[in-house]
Design a protein around this ligand. Structure first.
Ligand code: GLU
Length: 570
């Protein structure tokens, strides 16, 4: 079932919700007997592969493996075997939420000057993104393998059938993949990408063409048999190293860097939000920044302003404060002290929330001074878009919220074994220090993971029961996209499809990037009168939000209408 067909108009849903806002989990537009298991992801074939695994008795994590394997084939511009990921997992039996970290790691030989050019200055991003040194050790498959060993029910080797079959026998080229292949992105112009996307007649693949990728099928067979070793050791690893050592900006990656990669499983970071608890992975994910945004908003009455000008005003001002802190303080906690506890402390959030002026937006807020904060250089990280989000709930109530990425479109444009290699290390700050020598929290270093905006969220109620899972791709805008979906679900009580369809608004420094045509009448003008002049033009539109919410009548799903995803359950 495609739940996107079962919607109430936004205004109506909000009005109904407002009258019963005190009842948790009551969602409007819920089907009489709704699905109890569901997959929401960016490509329909990936969703079907996930559903098949769930119907065969697989867990949410089993299904995530199958979904990732198909996404790597049909949405290679966004994620794949050569990329990294963060995943938040809810265990319905124990009510525990675990954060899995499959973030790419810099090779041991990387230095703070990783992205300096021959002139001794940070190189332009456009040059860095296709260079060998932009790639980190891929972690997505190793992370899934770890999670599946802990929470899987089916054999690992059985989870790749759909993806392997699609790669070997052919799949229909999705419109976004075709558009990315034909785009001006430098990665699409790399020799491997050109060879992969060019048909025998010399033209580029078109939407709907049947395409095969036998090398990918072969790699999947190896991963099915050997796990992540199939790509982190042996011939594929050797090919990765050789590829990354090619000029013009060769990597220091070694076989040892690949073979020694270890994903992590830790407790998620969970914070109360009104009557709920919201959980995300810790840094270097963007999760704690979203939790700070929520913490600030909890000190406002945004819940009384569903989709109106005051609601969006509060949203924009909280976002600016959230971004100012996240850009200054977050990095890989294995390498830098991240003052997360200080940033999420109630007294600090009180102070931050008081900076929201009642009448009109002030100048851009500076980063705050939370407990535990060191002296940090201003951030010079630049993140372009190219990532995907999926949410899965199985029939036992376990849930996965996973954001997975090759960084920018087609990663660095280099292919090995039928998949693209990531360029995730460009998520580091190219400028490792400021003029006075203060280090940037997100400066490159050997073995370090670059800061991410990815923030896969899981929401629980007071009893520790699953309420919702949500997240999005979108580079630095992810944090704003996720904050919006959570406000839509939890404050404005919208069904997921309406929450993801809400206008995007990224408020950062002096920027208010948005989708002006999507606001209800009068909101744009009222926001402008409060000093929030929202602007359209691409940046605000790059979301791919996916969400699933539990209701007394079953699960409701939402897939971002800006991309090709669907939410289907049974
Ligand atoms: N690499 C980015 C991150 O980890 C995500 C890029 C994107 O969403 O396109 O934050």
């Amino acid at each position: 079932m495609n739940v996107s067909k079962r919607l109430l108009p936004l205004g109506l849903a909000a009005a109904v919700a407002a009258s019963v806002a005190a009842v948790p989990l009551l969602v409007h537009g819920a089907p009489e007997k709704g699905p109890t298991a569901m997959v929401a992801a960016a490509e329909p074939d990936a969703v079907e592969a996930g559903l098949k695994v769930l119907k065969a008795g697989g867990s949410a994590v089993d299904a995530a493996v199958a979904v990732q394997a198909v996404l790597g084939l049909e949405e290679p511009q966004s994620s794949g075997l050569g990329g990294g990921s963060f995943m938040t997992f809810y265990d319905a039996k124990t009510h525990k939420v675990t954060a899995y970290n499959g973030r790419e790691k810099a090779p041991a030989g990387a230095t703070p000057e990783l992205f300096y050019g021959p002139d001794g200055k940070p190189m332009p991003k456009g040059q860095a993104i296709v260079g060998g040194r932009s790639a980190g050790v891929p972690g997505a498959i190793a992370m899934l393998y770890l999670a599946q060993s802990q929470h899987g029910k089916l054999p690992w080797s059985s989870l790749f059938n759909d993806a392997e079959h699609l790669a070997a026998d052919g799949f229909h080229v999705p419109a976004r993949m075709a558009a990315s292949a034909a785009s001006n992105a430098p990665q699409a112009k790399q020799p491997d990408a050109i060879a992969y996307f060019t048909k025998p007649d010399g033209t580029k693949v078109q939407t709907g063409d049947v395409m095969k990728n036998p090398a990918y099928a072969d790699t999947l067979r190896k991963i099915a048999a050997q796990g992540p070793k199939a790509i982190l050791e042996g011939p594929i690893a050797a090919e990765i190293v050789a590829k990354l050592h090619q000029g013009p900006y060769p990597s220091a990656m070694t076989l040892q860097d690949l073979a020694s990669y270890k994903p992590k499983a830790t407790e998620a970071v969970c914070r109360p939000y009104r009557e709920y608890t919201v959980c995300t992975p810790p840094a270097p994910s963007g999760g704690p920044a979203v939790l700070e945004g929520l913490g600030i908003l909890q000190r406002t009455d945004i819940d009384k302003h569903p989709n109106d000008a005051q609601g969006w005003y509060l949203f924009s001002q909280a976002s600016r404060l959230m971004y100012a802190d996240r850009d200054r303080y977050y990095g890989d906690p294995d390498f830098v002290d991240v003052p997360m506890e200080g940033l999420l402390a109630p007294d600090y959030l009180d102070k931050r929330a008081k900076l929201i002026l009642a009448d009109k937006a002030g100048p851009p807020p500076a980063p705050g001074n939370p407990k535990g904060a060191g002296v940090r250089a201003p951030d010079r990280t630049q993140e372009p878009g190219g990532t995907t989000h999926l949410v899965i709930v199985d029939k036992d109530g376990n849930a996965v919220s996973m954001t997975t990425t090759v960084e920018s479109i087609f990663g660095d444009g280099k292919m090995v074994g039928g998949f693209f290699l990531n360029n995730q290390l460009t998520d580091f700050s190219f400028q490792p220090k400021d003029q006075d020598g203060a280090p940037a929290a997100n400066a490159p270093a050997g073995g370090k993971r670059p800061r991410s905006s990815m923030a896969p969220a899981i929401v629980l109620d007071k009893q520790g029961r699953f309420v919702a899972g949500a997240g999005s791709p979108g580079g630095p805008s992810i944090i704003a996209f996720n904050l919006k979906v959570l406000v839509g679900l939890l404050d404005w009580k919208l069904p997921p499809q309406e929450a993801v369809a809400l206008p995007n608004l990224i408020a950062f420094d002096t920027l208010y990037a948005s989708e002006p045509a999507k606001f209800p009448p009068g909101v744009v003008a009222a926001l402008a009168a409060k000093g929030v002049a929202v602007r359209g033009g691409g940046f605000g539109e790059g979301s791919g939000e996916q969400a699933i919410k539990a209701t007394p009548n079953g699960l409701l799903g939402g897939a971002d209408p800006r991309r090709e995803g669907v939410a289907r359950g049974y």
